[in-house]
Design a protein around this ligand. Structure first.
Ligand code: NAG
Ligand code: NAG
Ligand code: NAG
Length: 972
């Protein structure tokens, strides 16, 4: 959460929607940021010069070194503006066709930050073998890819990199000549113009007056090179200008997605060109933005510099591994092409070109670089109840009791900052929480967990052991002098911050979470293994810092300035926290850590949420788009606060927000300290009952969610999937971001996010039957796409099953998800128009890493038509067919269907099978092994018909089959 302490007057008004207003003046616009202004001015000069504009950067052909068996090519680069400055370029071709383009200054006065990728990457990428480079007079090129259809071309003069497929440019770097790597210089050194001007090149042509050339390219003033002021702050820039400007063009792709986190449409609006949607570029600079806008290119809490460029023909992508503040301009010169301009404050050029050509390929390529979401603990997919603050242990117990009395499932109770004495995290305030271990045990008695906040600001007081030990260890961030401890203001008053880039902090931080006494120093004996962690404020948020964060000239490990690592910083904190939670028990358990700040790679470690949203309809709607955008950029375990953090949503809004929440990967309700209590059991009827049903619906669908998480953990395919991912060729769906699918399950959801709506329109992209999840009404899509209108009264949420899907659910209401472990399953078989269907189910213990040893169950359900009048529904083991794909992180050599986990659930039955869309009443339903089964048939529309109407429903009660064994049922 964000400070209201400094904004007391605003705080008093918080309950009033009128008071909702981002404090825009707390944050820079591009024109207030020196390097962004320089970058945009460069682009404006290029625009004006049009065809006479020429990039000053060129490759020296004599410097090129390649080798046939080597996937790398290197070249020297120079800029005609600064002939004495040397740059080096390197191209690396990975074995999956990804191309990495690196450029750095060589033998410069200083070193540019070059470690961003090493934090983001899951491991060093494997290079391709057998690449043949053709070194030509004007360009260097190599052809590669499974069908040898991808080409990388390096043009020498001016420097230009193209990724081509099928003879067409897909991604072009420096095509517009906006590449500019500001070299290091000393402030006093003035170039002697005469000296350079009298120089002549080999052909004897006169070199233009260097100063004029420089002014033409760079502008004629040293704009904020050495110091920058914003509001009352001065950013000293001891290293001088070092920004990197780079244009990336997608000449054959007219839609771009990604670069979270912004509160905006999934299909990114333009920021330049003719009538742009926003006047400022999209900004990536992790920031705690108080009461952020529901539509804006402004920075938010996390940054993932990943972009997909999409067309009906293909998808390509880029990952720009930069850790410093970055601004991105986007324009669409035509419906079919996209121009982007990336302006970063510091760091080397390190861009990964992802060749696609499908969205699925992009997810796989990006996942190979930065990893996937580790399978989270199963309970973390349940409902999380949070508030700033549950004020005492008795408060927690009462809230838990009320959930139980009202038969509402919940898995996790959360504690915000007020549990900690004087906001000294780990240290319980014993006045209100006298018995934290007993309280946690009371919560854990029904299989539930607690999540407790640990923020990164450490109160600077010697009676706070965490601060004192960090200070003694000398692992705190240093002020710009490089000596002592940086001090800033946060919840805990005067505070310091651990420098998690310092390896000396790692083992120490891990030891703080041990639940038994360690040999030296503090350990968290007042916690148990049922306590998991929430890392908030890790942008970091600093109330008296520039733009509410850390001054850019503070110093991290290795002497790097905060400006170099700002966007990565929050990830190291939640990573080290997650390691600590994992390692505190003897048998490592999957940690749950929620983070507000994140970077590329954060998905491997933590869940995220969209921060301090407002209780408004706009924020409810944009939260869905933000979760989708995070998902396609890898950060799949995402959600936004149900109800909105600020404000007092009316019951109608709260109900709609729960409808959004139950269909988010991460599902948590949270509220600001100044809001009225709004736990679902406090609502009047009918709202309370509607929300009870929604909570239960989430729990019945946990098997579907967990199966989608497994798939994401292997392939990187998002857990909630936007339209273009499902139907990449359907241009009509490229901008759709208010309805989505859950994994590969076939569930389509269109939440209602507008007041007093009683209807919803839903887009069906294909000629297929879609069944209403609740009343089995069969709708028909069309091959060119079709909108249908459905009723959506307050208690109704438009949810559909795509024909051809089989859904496993557990339909018995329980208090928490661990209590469902031995519950039977229901299978919904939603026949496609051709009478077939398929689905998957993944299960494991949900707690430990035993799944990595093969203790898991992974099943496939299939409905097929072996004969004209027969439908055969069967279950088979998938894990032994695909042991390598059963679980991420390890390759199972083989799979034992009788593993320990499978044994634990071997008695678990399928209690009901529901078949939607059969052609006619069957004459017999029996096990393939012989026995007749009990069934009921309600006639209705068949899947194969063209009609709409309530589908026929066959219900097989107690089909006498188990979830872990192979079986088949014949319907004839
Ligand atoms: C391949 O490239 C690496 C790094 O540039 C270099 O060290 C190595 O000698 C090259 N190998 C061959 C066979 O040329
Ligand atoms: C977002 O998309 C909606 C619907 O297509 C559109 O009306 C709106 O203008 C877009 N927003 C921006 C900022 O372009
Ligand atoms: C996370 O922690 C692990 C274990 O200490 C370390 O190997 C890894 O580099 C860290 N990654 C990040 C992104 O901090």
């Amino acid at each position: 959460m964000r400070s209201v302490a400094l904004f007391g007057a605003i705080a008093a008004l918080l309950a009033l929607p009128e008071a909702f207003a981002v404090k825009s003046h707390d944050f820079k616009t591009c024109s207030q940021s020196g390097f962004c202004r320089r970058g945009r001015a460069l682009a404006a000069r290029a625009q004006e010069a049009q065809s006479s504009w020429k990039s000053p950067y060129s490759v020296d052909p004599t410097s090129i070194s390649v080798s046939p068996e080597n996937a790398t090519a290197k070249a020297a680069v120079k800029s005609s503006l600064y002939p004495e400055i040397k740059f080096g370029l390197e191209l690396r071709i990975h074995d999956d066709g990804v191309v990495r383009v690196l450029m750095d200054e060589v033998d410069g006065l200083r070193k540019r930050y070059d470690e961003a990728a090493s934090w983001a990457l899951v491991s060093e990428p494997t290079l391709s073998k057998g690449i043949r480079w053709a070194v030509g007079k004007k360009e260097l090129r190599a052809t590669f890819g499974k069908t040898n259809d991808i080409e990388i071309v390096l043009q020498y003069e001016p420097l230009l990199v193209r990724l081509r497929r099928g003879g067409e440019d897909q991604i072009v770097l420096n095509g517009r000549g906006l590449l500019h790597m500001e070299h290091f210089r000393t402030q006093t050194l003035k170039e002697t113009v005469e000296e350079v001007a009298s120089d002549e090149n080999a052909e004897g042509q006169e070199v233009l007056q260097t100063e004029n050339v420089r002014a033409w390219f760079e502008g004629d003033s040293e704009d904020d090179y050495w110091e920058e002021k914003f509001s009352s702050w001065t950013d000293s820039k001891p290293k001088g200008p070092e920004s990197l400007s780079l244009d990336i063009t997608f000449p054959n792709h007219g839609t771009v997605y990604g670069i979270p986190q912004h509160a905006t449409n999934l299909s990114l609006p333009s920021t330049t060109g003719d009538s742009p949607s926003y006047s400022d570029p999209f900004r990536l600079y992790n920031a705690d933005v108080f009461e952020y806008l529901a539509s804006s290119p402004m920075s938010l809490y996390g940054s993932i510099p990943v972009m997909h460029a999409h067309s009906a023909d293909s998808t390509v992508g880029i990952f720009n591994a930069v850790g410093s503040e970055t601004w991105i301009d986007i324009s669409y010169p035509s419906k079919k092409s996209t121009q982007t301009h990336w302006i970063s404050e510091s760091g080397i050029m390190d861009v990964f070109l992802l060749p696609g050509p499908t969205p699925e390929d992009i997810f796989a390529q990006y996942a190979r670089l930065t990893g996937t979401t580790a399978l989270p603990p199963h309970w973390s997919l349940g409902y999380h109840q949070c508030r700033w603050n549950y004020v005492s242990s008795d408060d927690v117990r009462t809230v838990q009791r009320r959930f139980d009395e009202e038969d509402m499932p919940v898995d996790v109770f959360w504690l915000d900052i007020e549990y900690a004495q004087d906001h000294k995290y780990f240290i319980w305030d014993h006045k209100t929480f006298p018995d934290p271990v007993e309280m946690t045990n009371d919560v854990a008695a029904t299989g539930r967990k607690m999540v407790v906040i640990v923020d990164p600001h450490l109160k600077r007081t010697s009676d706070y052991p965490i601060y004192q030990e960090a200070s003694d260890l000398d692992v705190l961030v240093k002020p710009k002098s490089g000596e002592g401890e940086y001090e800033g203001w946060c919840w805990s008053g005067s505070s310091s911050w651990i420098d998690h880039f310092n390896p000396a902090s790692w083992d120490w931080w891990v030891s703080k979470f041990k639940t038994s006494q360690i040999d030296t120093g503090f350990s968290w004996t007042e916690s148990t293994e049922d306590v998991h962690i929430w890392n908030d404020m890790n942008e970091p948020s600093i109330f008296n810092g520039p733009e509410i964060t850390m001054p850019k000239d503070t110093i991290h490990y290795g002497g790097w300035e905060h400006r170099d690592v700002h966007n990565i910083n929050g990830m190291l904190f939640h990573n080290n926290t997650a390691q600590a939670v994992r390692l505190r028990s003897e048998i490592p358990k999957r940690p749950f850590v929620l983070t507000r700040s994140f970077y590329a790679g954060s998905q491997r470690i933590s869940a995220m949420w969209t921060g301090d949203n407002l209780g408004t309809w706009d924020h409810m709607a944009v939260g869905i788009k933000m979760v989708l955008a995070n998902g396609i950029a890898g950060m799949a375990f995402a959600g936004s606060d149900v109800g909105g953090f600020f404000g007092n949503p009316e019951p109608e809004m709260l109900v709609r927000w729960y409808q959004v929440g139950i269909f988010s990967p991460f599902f948590r309700a949270h509220a600001h300290i100044d809001t009225k209590r709004r736990e679902p059991f406090l609502l009047d009827e009918p709202y309370e009952s509607i929300i009870r049903d929604l909570l239960r619906l989430r729990y019945t669908m946990l098997p579907i969610w967990y199966t989608a998480f497994r798939e994401n953990s292997i392939s990187g395919m998002p857990i909630v999937r936007p339209h273009y991912v499902m139907f990449p060729q359907d241009t009509a769906g490229f901008d759709i971001d208010d309805q989505f699918f859950i994994g590969s399950s076939g569930i389509l959801v269109k939440p209602v996010t507008e007041k007093e709506k009683t209807e919803a329109t839903v887009y069906l992209a294909e000629d297929q039957v879609y069944y209403d999840y609740f009343n089995q009404y069969a709708y028909r899509g069309a091959s060119k796409g079709k909108y249908i209108t459905v009723t959506a009264e307050l208690h109704q949420i438009p949810v559909f099953i795509r024909g051809g899907s089989i859904l496993p659910t557990r339909e018995r209401p329980r208090r928490s998800s661990p209590l469902m472990k031995l519950d039977p399953f229901t299978l919904r078989v939603a026949l496609s128009k051709t009478g077939t269907a398929r689905g998957e189910l993944y299960l494991d213990d949900g707690i430990t890493y035993s799944h990595q040893q093969g203790e898991l169950v992974w099943r496939e359900f299939v409905a097929e038509k072996p004969k004209k009048k027969t439908v055969r529904i069967s279950s088979r083991d998938l894990a032994s067919q695909n042991p390598g794909k059963a679980v991420d992180g390890v390759v199972l050599a083989e799979y034992d269907p009788k593993n320990a986990f499978a044994k634990e659930i071997e008695e678990v039955r399928v209690e009901k099978i529901v078949v939607l869309g059969l052609n006619s009443k069957p004459s017999a339903v029996k096990l393939e092994s012989g026995a007749d089964l009990k069934w009921e048939f309600v006639p209705g529309v068949a899947a194969s018909e063209k009609k709409e109407g309530t589908a026929s429903v066959l219900t097989i009660k107690d089909p006498k089959v188990l979830i872990t064994t192979d079986w088949a049922i014949l319907i004839s």
